[in-house]
Design a protein around this ligand. Structure first.
Ligand SMILES: Cc1cc2nc3c(=O)[nH]c(=O)nc-3n(C[C@H](O)[C@H](O)[C@H](O)COP(=O)(O)OP(=O)(O)OC[C@H]3O[C@@H](n4cnc5c(N)ncnc54)[C@H](O)[C@@H]3O)c2cc1C
Length: 420
């Protein structure tokens, strides 16, 4: 089997269009099916760490296009205030020298629109269909069939599930076990807003910056090349709600009341300005979910990628990066003549083996960053936490000459073995 496969991609979020572009660049045709009726760009700001940028560059050939729309950074500042004192710099995290190690912060809707625009540039190889909600998959020895809510269907050689956190494709792959592995709310809602750097006191702070306080940590990111427009996000522990109830929580002002209450003792800038300028209209709310470790990611003709396979808490800024790494590996495998000769089940098994190992490492880092960003119950623990962060950053920076920064950020999926 070495002819070009007919590929069905479910989901035109971030990773679905990226997958289609990566395949098109190897002259492999695909159709992307998206549940939403149009290319609706939703969401806040994303971090694309160097490991994600490697995929944009080497797999999608789109690094420059995307860099021009976002903000390039080498490292993230970590600062702390006990609540009333000015923010003090603890050190810089992930400072990896070299232009090839510059991350990008970018608004999700801007990245989404760019990826769809690139799909259009490859229209000879890519078709994107909106308003197509997958409801069922049938597969046999020869082909796979996707059946949509509107009664239409489509057949292909393989189906790639990039349909996000509440994936329908995952239910097909897991069968009877699916209910045991649905995505779970992380327990913390992400709340934040846009802010202009010059409109509040960022003296001595150069975002991207993580602002540690006893009430928790606020992350602030530039959203465009100027560095002037920022977005900040705080994580507030609150119970899970239905979609409508989340909208109501935001629109009623209750989310702002709860957030301000949790941060009432923090008077230091720029956090005070961030809280003071919040209104229900400018508040961004995002309830993050994570999936447990799935027993398998594929069948013979269907494979999961991105959040559908392994949604992780957003706190390490690796959700999109991991989805892009999946795309990078899968595209290389499907474009490899020798891998294709081994057949799809062998390709999917190889992909799962390589990506699971990487995700194990990323989950550990994510869990650590969730703990370090939480509110701190008493002064002694807060003091120890600051000391730990300071020492940790000094040790990391002292070693950076040997390590060139944390290795999980310099990982390059295009160097993975694709001998199936
Ligand atoms: C609305 C939204 C806002 C987000 N905001 C942020 C944010 O502010 N910060 C952040 O770090 N991350 C955010 N994320 C998450 C981030 O985009 C993902 O973690 C990451 O990019 C992985 O991408 P993905 O393509 O696997 O999943 P997603 O980007 O979630 O894309 C999945 C796509 O599949 C579609 N889909 C789902 N079910 C079906 C079906 N049955 N049939 C067809 N299509 C289907 C969805 O509509 C969606 O477009 C957001 C995700 C969404 C959907």
């Amino acid at each position: 089997m070495s002819t070009s496969p007919r590929v069905l991609i479910i989901g035109a979020g971030l990773a679905g269009p990226a997958m289609a572009i990566a395949l098109a660049r190897q002259s492999i045709r695909s159709t992307v099916y998206e549940r939403r009726p149009f290319a609706q760009g939703i969401g806040g700001v994303l971090m694309l760490a160097p490991n994600a940028v490697r995929v944009l560059d080497k797999v999608l050939g789109a690094e420059q296009d995307i860099r021009e729309l976002g903000y390039s950074y080498n490292g993230i500042e970590l600062l702390a205030s006990s609540g009333t004192s000015p923010m003090q710099l603890l050190g810089k995290f992930a400072t990896i020298p070299g232009p090839e190690n510059q991350g990008i912060t970018i608004k999700r809707p801007v990245l989404h629109a760019k990826l769809l625009e690139l799909c259009d540039e490859y229209k000879e190889f890519i078709q994107v269909e909106f308003g197509k909600s997958l409801v069922e998959i049938q597969e046999d020895e020869d082909q796979v069939k996707a059946i949509f809510e509107d009664g239409t269907s489509s057949t292909g050689d393989i189906l790639l599930g990039l349909d996000g956190i509440h994936s329908r494709v995952r239910r097909h792959v897991l069968g009877d076990q699916a209910n045991n592995f649905s995505a779970k709310y992380t327990g913390h809602v992400a709340l934040g807003s846009a802010i202009q750097r010059s409109a509040s006191d960022f003296t001595g702070i150069a975002p991207p910056a993580f602002l540690y306080t006893p009430a928790g940590t606020i992350l602030s990111f530039p959203t465009d090349p100027s560095g002037e427009n920022l977005q900040w996000v705080a994580f507030l522990p609150t119970p899970e709600r239905e979609r409508k109830a989340w909208d109501e929580y935001r629109a009623s002002g209750q989310a702002i009341t709860d957030l301000k209450d949790a941060w009432k003792d923090i008077k230091s800038e720029p956090i005070k300005s961030m809280m003071d300028t919040l209104t229900p209209d400018n508040l961004l709310l995002w309830a993050p979910y994570a999936t447990p470790d799935l027993p398998t990611w594929h069948t013979n003709r269907v494979c999961l990628l991105g959040d559908a396979a392994h949604a992780i808490s957003p706190s390490a800024g690796q959700g999109t990066a991991q989805a892009l790494e999946d795309v990078g590996l899968m595209a290389r495998l499907l474009g490899s003549k020798s891998a294709m000769e081994k057949g799809f089940p062998a390709i999917f098994a190889h992909y799962e083996r390589v990506r699971r190992k990487r995700l194990e490492e990323i989950r550990k880092i994510t869990d650590g960053s969730v703990r370090s960003r939480a509110a701190t119950p008493n002064y002694g623990i807060w003091w120890l936490k600051k000391l730990g962060l300071r020492l940790g950053l000094s040790a990391m920076n002292a070693l950076s000459g040997f390590m060139r920064g944390p290795s999980f950020l310099t990982y390059d999926v295009t160097k993975e073995n694709i001998e199936v």
